[in-house]
Design a protein. Structure first.
Ligand code: PMP
Ligand code: G9A
Length: 415
Protein backbone atom coordinates (compact mmCIF):
# COMPACT_ATOMS: atom_id res chain seq x y z
CA UNK A 1 0.00 0.00 0.00
CA UNK A 2 1.28 3.46 -0.86
CA UNK A 3 1.68 5.53 2.32
CA UNK A 4 -0.67 8.51 2.52
CA UNK A 5 2.11 10.75 3.74
CA UNK A 6 0.06 13.97 3.69
CA UNK A 7 -2.12 12.56 6.48
CA UNK A 8 0.93 11.99 8.67
CA UNK A 9 2.66 15.34 8.27
CA UNK A 10 2.38 17.73 11.24
CA UNK A 11 0.25 20.86 10.94
CA UNK A 12 3.52 22.79 11.12
CA UNK A 13 4.92 20.93 8.11
CA UNK A 14 1.78 21.89 6.24
CA UNK A 15 2.59 25.55 6.84
CA UNK A 16 6.10 25.36 5.39
CA UNK A 17 6.35 27.57 2.33
CA UNK A 18 8.92 27.61 -0.38
CA UNK A 19 11.06 30.74 -0.60
CA UNK A 20 10.75 32.68 -3.83
CA UNK A 21 14.47 33.42 -3.62
CA UNK A 22 15.58 29.82 -3.16
CA UNK A 23 13.52 28.91 -6.24
CA UNK A 24 15.00 31.81 -8.20
CA UNK A 25 18.55 30.73 -7.34
CA UNK A 26 18.04 27.86 -9.79
CA UNK A 27 17.78 30.43 -12.58
CA UNK A 28 21.46 31.27 -12.29
CA UNK A 29 22.13 27.82 -13.82
CA UNK A 30 20.31 28.66 -17.09
CA UNK A 31 22.86 29.51 -19.82
CA UNK A 32 22.75 33.20 -20.79
CA UNK A 33 20.53 34.17 -17.86
CA UNK A 34 21.48 37.38 -16.05
CA UNK A 35 20.26 37.15 -12.49
CA UNK A 36 19.74 40.16 -10.25
CA UNK A 37 17.54 37.87 -8.14
CA UNK A 38 19.42 35.89 -5.46
CA UNK A 39 21.38 37.77 -2.83
CA UNK A 40 24.64 36.04 -3.71
CA UNK A 41 28.04 37.40 -2.75
CA UNK A 42 30.46 37.81 -5.65
CA UNK A 43 32.65 34.70 -5.95
CA UNK A 44 35.44 36.92 -7.31
CA UNK A 45 35.86 38.16 -3.76
CA UNK A 46 36.19 34.71 -2.17
CA UNK A 47 39.68 34.64 -0.60
CA UNK A 48 40.53 31.16 -1.83
CA UNK A 49 44.30 31.20 -1.22
CA UNK A 50 43.97 32.57 2.28
CA UNK A 51 41.25 30.05 3.11
CA UNK A 52 43.60 27.31 1.93
CA UNK A 53 46.28 28.66 4.30
CA UNK A 54 43.79 28.77 7.17
CA UNK A 55 42.77 25.17 6.47
CA UNK A 56 46.45 24.12 6.56
CA UNK A 57 47.00 25.97 9.84
CA UNK A 58 43.85 24.38 11.32
CA UNK A 59 44.91 20.89 10.32
CA UNK A 60 48.40 21.52 11.68
CA UNK A 61 47.44 23.18 14.98
CA UNK A 62 44.04 21.71 15.90
CA UNK A 63 43.31 18.64 13.74
CA UNK A 64 41.60 16.61 16.43
CA UNK A 65 39.30 19.33 17.72
CA UNK A 66 38.50 20.71 14.29
CA UNK A 67 37.36 17.31 13.01
CA UNK A 68 35.53 16.35 16.19
CA UNK A 69 32.05 17.26 17.50
CA UNK A 70 32.19 20.57 19.34
CA UNK A 71 30.18 22.31 22.04
CA UNK A 72 26.75 23.55 21.02
CA UNK A 73 27.60 27.17 21.79
CA UNK A 74 30.57 27.10 19.42
CA UNK A 75 34.37 26.92 19.38
CA UNK A 76 35.71 29.01 22.27
CA UNK A 77 38.51 30.70 20.28
CA UNK A 78 36.04 31.82 17.62
CA UNK A 79 33.52 33.09 20.19
CA UNK A 80 36.30 35.11 21.88
CA UNK A 81 37.41 36.53 18.54
CA UNK A 82 33.81 37.46 17.67
CA UNK A 83 33.25 39.11 21.05
CA UNK A 84 36.39 41.17 20.49
CA UNK A 85 35.29 42.13 17.00
CA UNK A 86 31.80 43.09 18.21
CA UNK A 87 33.44 45.48 20.66
CA UNK A 88 35.86 46.92 18.12
CA UNK A 89 33.59 47.28 15.09
CA UNK A 90 30.09 47.53 16.60
CA UNK A 91 30.64 49.06 20.01
CA UNK A 92 28.73 46.16 21.53
CA UNK A 93 30.02 45.43 24.99
CA UNK A 94 30.41 41.65 25.05
CA UNK A 95 32.56 38.78 26.23
CA UNK A 96 32.86 35.12 25.33
CA UNK A 97 29.71 34.06 27.22
CA UNK A 98 27.57 36.69 25.43
CA UNK A 99 28.14 35.09 21.98
CA UNK A 100 27.14 31.77 20.46
CA UNK A 101 27.93 30.50 16.97
CA UNK A 102 25.07 29.26 14.77
CA UNK A 103 24.74 27.46 11.45
CA UNK A 104 24.28 30.70 9.54
CA UNK A 105 22.15 33.64 10.60
CA UNK A 106 19.24 31.65 9.22
CA UNK A 107 19.51 29.13 12.07
CA UNK A 108 19.52 31.99 14.57
CA UNK A 109 16.22 33.23 13.08
CA UNK A 110 14.82 29.75 13.33
CA UNK A 111 15.94 29.52 17.00
CA UNK A 112 14.15 32.82 17.68
CA UNK A 113 10.96 31.33 16.23
CA UNK A 114 11.30 28.06 18.12
CA UNK A 115 12.02 29.73 21.47
CA UNK A 116 9.61 32.67 21.33
CA UNK A 117 6.62 31.84 19.14
CA UNK A 118 3.64 29.76 20.23
CA UNK A 119 0.76 29.18 17.82
CA UNK A 120 -1.36 32.34 17.75
CA UNK A 121 1.42 34.63 19.05
CA UNK A 122 2.05 37.88 17.24
CA UNK A 123 5.34 39.33 16.06
CA UNK A 124 6.11 42.58 14.31
CA UNK A 125 8.26 43.02 11.24
CA UNK A 126 9.19 45.80 8.89
CA UNK A 127 7.53 45.56 5.49
CA UNK A 128 9.16 44.83 3.16
CA UNK A 129 11.07 42.19 5.14
CA UNK A 130 13.75 39.56 4.55
CA UNK A 131 11.88 36.62 3.16
CA UNK A 132 13.92 33.97 5.01
CA UNK A 133 12.98 35.45 8.39
CA UNK A 134 9.29 35.53 7.59
CA UNK A 135 9.60 31.95 6.31
CA UNK A 136 11.21 30.85 9.61
CA UNK A 137 8.61 32.65 11.78
CA UNK A 138 5.64 31.53 9.68
CA UNK A 139 6.34 27.86 10.36
CA UNK A 140 5.55 28.39 14.05
CA UNK A 141 1.92 29.36 13.44
CA UNK A 142 2.42 32.93 14.58
CA UNK A 143 0.60 36.03 13.34
CA UNK A 144 2.61 38.71 11.65
CA UNK A 145 1.93 42.45 11.83
CA UNK A 146 3.78 44.44 9.21
CA UNK A 147 5.07 47.95 9.85
CA UNK A 148 5.98 50.05 6.81
CA UNK A 149 9.49 51.41 6.44
CA UNK A 150 10.53 54.86 5.27
CA UNK A 151 13.91 56.36 4.42
CA UNK A 152 14.73 56.49 8.18
CA UNK A 153 13.88 52.86 8.82
CA UNK A 154 10.76 51.51 10.50
CA UNK A 155 7.96 54.08 10.61
CA UNK A 156 7.79 54.53 14.38
CA UNK A 157 4.45 56.42 14.31
CA UNK A 158 2.85 53.54 12.47
CA UNK A 159 4.56 51.13 14.89
CA UNK A 160 2.99 52.84 17.92
CA UNK A 161 -0.43 53.01 16.27
CA UNK A 162 -0.32 49.31 15.42
CA UNK A 163 0.83 48.26 18.88
CA UNK A 164 -1.96 50.34 20.49
CA UNK A 165 -4.52 48.79 18.12
CA UNK A 166 -3.28 45.28 18.95
CA UNK A 167 -3.36 46.04 22.69
CA UNK A 168 -7.00 47.06 22.49
CA UNK A 169 -7.70 43.51 21.32
CA UNK A 170 -5.51 42.00 24.06
CA UNK A 171 -2.58 41.19 21.76
CA UNK A 172 0.99 41.83 22.98
CA UNK A 173 3.62 41.22 20.28
CA UNK A 174 6.59 39.11 21.36
CA UNK A 175 9.24 40.79 19.22
CA UNK A 176 10.00 43.12 16.37
CA UNK A 177 12.24 41.87 13.57
CA UNK A 178 14.37 44.36 11.65
CA UNK A 179 17.48 44.71 9.46
CA UNK A 180 18.70 48.24 10.32
CA UNK A 181 21.69 48.35 7.92
CA UNK A 182 21.21 48.32 4.12
CA UNK A 183 18.08 46.33 4.55
CA UNK A 184 17.33 43.22 2.56
CA UNK A 185 15.36 43.97 0.37
CA UNK A 186 15.02 47.77 0.32
CA UNK A 187 18.67 48.83 0.79
CA UNK A 188 17.46 51.42 3.34
CA UNK A 189 19.31 52.18 6.59
CA UNK A 190 17.65 53.05 9.89
CA UNK A 191 18.73 56.40 11.33
CA UNK A 192 20.40 56.64 14.74
CA UNK A 193 17.36 58.48 16.08
CA UNK A 194 15.01 55.68 14.93
CA UNK A 195 17.26 53.01 16.44
CA UNK A 196 17.09 54.68 19.83
CA UNK A 197 13.37 55.34 19.51
CA UNK A 198 12.75 51.71 18.60
CA UNK A 199 14.50 50.55 21.76
CA UNK A 200 12.44 53.03 23.82
CA UNK A 201 9.21 51.73 22.25
CA UNK A 202 10.27 48.13 22.88
CA UNK A 203 10.90 48.96 26.56
CA UNK A 204 7.62 50.87 26.88
CA UNK A 205 5.54 48.02 25.38
CA UNK A 206 7.77 45.20 26.60
CA UNK A 207 8.78 43.26 23.51
CA UNK A 208 12.16 42.09 22.18
CA UNK A 209 14.03 43.44 19.18
CA UNK A 210 15.59 40.98 16.75
CA UNK A 211 18.37 42.96 15.08
CA UNK A 212 19.55 41.08 12.00
CA UNK A 213 22.78 42.62 10.69
CA UNK A 214 24.40 40.66 7.84
CA UNK A 215 25.29 43.77 5.81
CA UNK A 216 26.42 46.21 8.52
CA UNK A 217 30.13 46.00 7.67
CA UNK A 218 29.57 46.64 3.96
CA UNK A 219 29.47 50.43 4.25
CA UNK A 220 30.28 52.31 1.01
CA UNK A 221 29.87 55.85 2.28
CA UNK A 222 29.22 57.73 5.49
CA UNK A 223 30.00 56.57 9.01
CA UNK A 224 28.58 53.24 10.23
CA UNK A 225 25.65 53.78 12.62
CA UNK A 226 25.92 51.90 15.95
CA UNK A 227 23.63 48.88 16.22
CA UNK A 228 20.56 48.97 18.49
CA UNK A 229 22.31 46.29 20.57
CA UNK A 230 25.02 48.81 21.53
CA UNK A 231 22.39 50.87 23.43
CA UNK A 232 20.78 47.85 25.06
CA UNK A 233 21.49 47.73 28.79
CA UNK A 234 18.74 45.26 29.75
CA UNK A 235 18.96 42.33 27.37
CA UNK A 236 16.06 43.41 25.17
CA UNK A 237 17.91 43.04 21.85
CA UNK A 238 18.96 39.81 20.15
CA UNK A 239 21.75 40.71 17.74
CA UNK A 240 22.37 38.34 14.80
CA UNK A 241 25.14 38.44 12.19
CA UNK A 242 26.95 36.15 9.78
CA UNK A 243 30.16 35.32 7.94
CA UNK A 244 28.15 34.83 4.74
CA UNK A 245 28.64 38.35 3.42
CA UNK A 246 32.14 39.06 4.79
CA UNK A 247 33.81 35.71 4.08
CA UNK A 248 31.67 33.14 2.21
CA UNK A 249 28.16 31.71 2.71
CA UNK A 250 29.44 28.17 2.15
CA UNK A 251 30.94 28.21 5.64
CA UNK A 252 27.38 28.41 7.06
CA UNK A 253 28.52 30.37 10.08
CA UNK A 254 26.52 32.99 11.93
CA UNK A 255 26.48 34.27 15.51
CA UNK A 256 24.14 35.67 18.13
CA UNK A 257 24.79 38.20 20.88
CA UNK A 258 22.09 38.12 23.57
CA UNK A 259 21.49 37.82 27.31
CA UNK A 260 22.46 34.66 29.19
CA UNK A 261 18.83 33.55 29.68
CA UNK A 262 18.15 33.77 25.96
CA UNK A 263 21.41 32.11 24.89
CA UNK A 264 20.86 29.23 27.36
CA UNK A 265 17.49 28.56 25.74
CA UNK A 266 18.95 28.86 22.24
CA UNK A 267 21.66 26.33 23.14
CA UNK A 268 19.02 23.81 24.24
CA UNK A 269 17.04 24.37 21.05
CA UNK A 270 20.18 24.13 18.94
CA UNK A 271 21.22 20.85 20.58
CA UNK A 272 18.05 19.34 19.24
CA UNK A 273 18.54 20.68 15.72
CA UNK A 274 22.23 20.18 14.85
CA UNK A 275 24.15 19.30 18.05
CA UNK A 276 26.77 21.84 17.05
CA UNK A 277 27.74 24.10 14.18
CA UNK A 278 30.29 22.78 11.66
CA UNK A 279 33.44 22.62 13.80
CA UNK A 280 35.86 22.59 10.89
CA UNK A 281 34.39 25.83 9.44
CA UNK A 282 34.60 27.44 12.86
CA UNK A 283 38.31 26.71 13.22
CA UNK A 284 39.03 28.00 9.71
CA UNK A 285 37.05 31.18 10.43
CA UNK A 286 38.96 31.58 13.67
CA UNK A 287 42.32 31.31 11.87
CA UNK A 288 40.99 33.80 9.36
CA UNK A 289 40.22 36.41 12.00
CA UNK A 290 43.30 35.60 14.04
CA UNK A 291 45.54 36.03 10.98
CA UNK A 292 44.19 39.57 10.53
CA UNK A 293 42.64 38.79 7.14
CA UNK A 294 39.06 39.83 7.83
CA UNK A 295 39.58 43.61 7.81
CA UNK A 296 41.39 43.43 4.46
CA UNK A 297 38.67 41.20 3.06
CA UNK A 298 35.88 43.57 4.13
CA UNK A 299 37.74 46.44 2.46
CA UNK A 300 38.05 44.43 -0.77
CA UNK A 301 34.36 43.47 -0.80
CA UNK A 302 33.25 47.04 -0.12
CA UNK A 303 35.30 48.39 -3.04
CA UNK A 304 33.90 45.75 -5.40
CA UNK A 305 30.26 46.18 -4.37
CA UNK A 306 30.44 49.98 -4.34
CA UNK A 307 31.67 49.89 -7.93
CA UNK A 308 28.86 47.50 -8.85
CA UNK A 309 26.27 49.70 -7.15
CA UNK A 310 27.56 52.76 -8.99
CA UNK A 311 27.41 50.96 -12.32
CA UNK A 312 23.87 49.72 -11.68
CA UNK A 313 22.66 53.20 -10.64
CA UNK A 314 24.37 54.76 -13.67
CA UNK A 315 22.62 52.32 -16.01
CA UNK A 316 19.27 52.74 -14.27
CA UNK A 317 19.62 56.52 -14.72
CA UNK A 318 20.52 56.12 -18.38
CA UNK A 319 18.01 53.48 -19.44
CA UNK A 320 14.95 53.43 -17.23
CA UNK A 321 11.79 55.31 -18.24
CA UNK A 322 10.09 58.14 -16.33
CA UNK A 323 7.98 56.98 -13.44
CA UNK A 324 10.40 54.32 -12.15
CA UNK A 325 12.18 55.22 -8.89
CA UNK A 326 14.83 53.42 -6.86
CA UNK A 327 16.70 53.57 -3.59
CA UNK A 328 20.42 54.45 -3.56
CA UNK A 329 21.81 52.21 -0.82
CA UNK A 330 24.90 53.41 1.02
CA UNK A 331 26.08 49.82 1.44
CA UNK A 332 24.99 46.19 1.25
CA UNK A 333 23.82 44.30 -1.81
CA UNK A 334 20.34 45.45 -2.91
CA UNK A 335 18.46 48.21 -4.73
CA UNK A 336 14.67 48.49 -4.47
CA UNK A 337 12.64 49.67 -7.44
CA UNK A 338 9.15 51.11 -7.49
CA UNK A 339 7.47 51.07 -10.91
CA UNK A 340 4.36 52.82 -12.17
CA UNK A 341 1.19 51.33 -10.62
CA UNK A 342 0.14 49.95 -14.01
CA UNK A 343 2.98 47.43 -13.91
CA UNK A 344 2.62 44.17 -12.05
CA UNK A 345 6.13 42.75 -11.64
CA UNK A 346 4.64 39.26 -11.14
CA UNK A 347 3.01 39.33 -14.57
CA UNK A 348 6.07 40.94 -16.14
CA UNK A 349 8.37 38.21 -14.82
CA UNK A 350 7.64 35.81 -17.72
CA UNK A 351 8.59 38.50 -20.22
CA UNK A 352 11.78 39.17 -18.28
CA UNK A 353 12.56 35.44 -18.41
CA UNK A 354 12.11 35.49 -22.17
CA UNK A 355 14.81 38.18 -22.33
CA UNK A 356 16.91 36.20 -19.85
CA UNK A 357 16.90 38.72 -17.02
CA UNK A 358 15.77 37.83 -13.49
CA UNK A 359 14.73 39.91 -10.47
CA UNK A 360 12.75 39.20 -7.30
CA UNK A 361 9.15 40.43 -7.37
CA UNK A 362 8.49 42.96 -4.61
CA UNK A 363 5.41 41.16 -3.37
CA UNK A 364 7.57 38.27 -2.12
CA UNK A 365 8.88 40.53 0.68
CA UNK A 366 5.49 41.58 2.00
CA UNK A 367 4.11 39.02 4.48
CA UNK A 368 0.60 40.23 3.72
CA UNK A 369 1.15 40.52 -0.06
CA UNK A 370 0.57 43.61 -2.22
CA UNK A 371 3.06 46.12 -3.64
CA UNK A 372 2.90 44.40 -7.02
CA UNK A 373 4.68 47.28 -8.74
CA UNK A 374 8.02 46.78 -6.92
CA UNK A 375 11.11 44.61 -7.35
CA UNK A 376 14.48 43.91 -5.74
CA UNK A 377 17.73 43.98 -7.70
CA UNK A 378 20.96 42.47 -6.40
CA UNK A 379 24.16 44.20 -7.51
CA UNK A 380 26.83 42.18 -5.69
CA UNK A 381 26.88 39.00 -7.77
CA UNK A 382 27.32 40.13 -11.39
CA UNK A 383 30.36 41.75 -12.99
CA UNK A 384 30.25 45.27 -14.41
CA UNK A 385 29.59 44.25 -18.02
CA UNK A 386 26.78 41.91 -16.97
CA UNK A 387 25.18 44.59 -14.81
CA UNK A 388 25.14 47.01 -17.76
CA UNK A 389 23.63 44.41 -20.08
CA UNK A 390 21.12 43.22 -17.47
CA UNK A 391 19.82 46.71 -16.72
CA UNK A 392 19.41 47.37 -20.47
CA UNK A 393 17.42 44.14 -20.88
CA UNK A 394 15.25 45.01 -17.89
CA UNK A 395 14.66 48.53 -19.21
CA UNK A 396 13.43 47.04 -22.51
CA UNK A 397 11.03 44.73 -20.67
CA UNK A 398 9.64 47.61 -18.60
CA UNK A 399 9.28 49.93 -21.59
CA UNK A 400 7.46 47.22 -23.55
CA UNK A 401 5.20 46.60 -20.57
CA UNK A 402 4.40 50.32 -20.28
CA UNK A 403 3.73 50.60 -24.03
CA UNK A 404 1.64 47.45 -23.96
CA UNK A 405 -0.44 48.86 -21.14
CA UNK A 406 -1.04 52.04 -23.07
CA UNK A 407 -2.04 50.10 -26.21
CA UNK A 408 -4.37 47.88 -24.19
CA UNK A 409 -5.94 50.83 -22.37
CA UNK A 410 -6.48 53.21 -25.26
CA UNK A 411 -9.08 53.09 -26.56
CA UNK A 412 -10.77 51.40 -23.58
CA UNK A 413 -11.94 47.80 -24.21
CA UNK A 414 -10.01 47.77 -27.48
CA UNK A 415 -12.84 49.48 -29.40
N1 PMP B 1 19.26 37.67 7.32
C1 PMP B 1 19.26 38.42 6.21
C2 PMP B 1 18.70 39.80 6.26
C3 PMP B 1 19.79 37.91 5.02
O1 PMP B 1 19.78 38.66 3.92
C4 PMP B 1 20.31 36.58 5.01
C5 PMP B 1 20.87 35.95 3.77
N2 PMP B 1 20.68 36.56 2.61
C6 PMP B 1 20.27 35.87 6.20
C7 PMP B 1 19.75 36.44 7.33
C8 PMP B 1 20.78 34.45 6.26
O2 PMP B 1 22.17 34.43 6.20
P1 PMP B 1 23.06 33.14 6.45
O3 PMP B 1 23.73 32.83 5.16
O4 PMP B 1 24.03 33.56 7.50
O5 PMP B 1 22.18 32.04 6.93
O1 G9A C 1 18.49 32.05 0.20
C1 G9A C 1 19.68 32.33 0.01
O2 G9A C 1 20.44 31.64 -0.64
C2 G9A C 1 20.24 33.58 0.61
C3 G9A C 1 19.85 34.75 -0.15
C4 G9A C 1 18.95 35.57 0.34
C5 G9A C 1 18.37 36.67 -0.47
O3 G9A C 1 18.49 36.67 -1.70
O4 G9A C 1 17.70 37.52 0.13
Amino acid sequence: MVVNIERLFSKRAGRLRSSEIRELLKLTQIPGMISFAGGLPNPKAFPIHIIRECIDTTLKNNPNDALQYGTTEGVTQLRCALAKRMKKVKDINCELHDVIVTSGAQQALSLVALCFLDPGDTYLTSAPAYLGAVQAFHAYEANCESIPINSEGIDTDSLRRNIERLRRTGVHPKFLYCVPNFQNPSGETMSLHHRKELLDIASEYDFLIIEDDPYGELVFEGEPIPPIKSFDKRGRVIYISTFSKILAPGFRLGWVVASKEILDKFILAKQATDLCTNTFSQYIAYEYINGGFLDKQVKKIKALYKKNRDVMIEELDKNFPEGVTWTIPKGGMFIWLTLPKTIDTRLMFKKAMAKKIAYVIGEAFYPEGGNYNSMRLNFSYSDEKTIREGVRRLAEVIKEELNGFQRESYPPNGV
